[in-house]
Ligand binder design. Structure first.
Ligand code: 5GP
Length: 183
């Protein structure tokens, strides 16, 4: 967090500062640019949580790439329902493209496991995951992310795109939500 940004009253503590996000996302962008040089890369952003991450990450990628969006839902409030619904699908064909799924956070892994199975059937040239946050302790199904920004403990976080009941997405840092705010 920069010195001028005040901590939101519903945030218990900042887990990842703006500066830490910037530095790590720059590293991830460079790595992706090296790994996908000369390939038809499509960043598949999972709405809505990954939009801030996508917009910063893509500016750190210096090879040609396209973006597309999907929207999946498995969460209500602070808990995964375990039932994944697709609310919005890709606009472009995935066939023959190198797809890199850009996600905000992996928790149980149920959402991405469903998504990866679904995307595999569309015959992409390759299919990988890039997640900003990972809670490895919470995994119910195995999901392998090629790029992970920050492994984090099992706490409910908001900010930098992540919400609680659609709030807090605009916070410039990732913070732990106070129990009193999660009503
Ligand atoms: P999974 O299917 O892996 O359990 O959950 C993935 C989705 O759950 C994420 O894309 C995100 O929307 C939501 N989620 C999981 N953990 C958190 C969290 O700590 N904070 C917020 N805001 N959303 C979370």
């Amino acid at each position: 967090m920069t010195e001028s940004a005040a901590l939101h009253p519903d945030i218990l503590r900042v887990l990842i500062t703006q500066d830490e996000l910037r530095v790590r996302i720059r590293e991830m962008g460079r790595q992706i640019s090296r790994d996908y040089a000369g390939r038809p890369l499509t960043l598949v952003s999972i709405l809505k949580g990954s939009v801030l991450f996508l917009s910063d990450l893509m500016r750190e990628i210096d090879i040609d790439c396209t973006i597309d969006f999907m929207c999946l839902s498995s969460y209500e409030g602070k808990a995964s329902t375990g039932v994944v619904r697709m609310l919005l699908d890709l606009r472009e064909s995935a066939e023959g493209r190198d797809l890199l799924v850009v996600e905000d956070i992996i928790d149980t892994g149920l959402t991405l496991s469903y998504l990866m199975q679904n995307l595999k059937t569309r015959k992409p040239a390759s299919l990988e995951i890039c997640t900003l946050l990972d809670k490895p302790e919470c995994r119910k199904v195995k999901v392998a992310a090629k790029y992970v920004g920050f492994p984090i403990p099992n706490e409910f976080v908001v900010g930098y795109g992540l919400d609680y009941k659609e709030q807090y997405r605009n916070l410039p840092y990732v913070g732990v939500l106070k129990e009193s705010a999660a009503k």
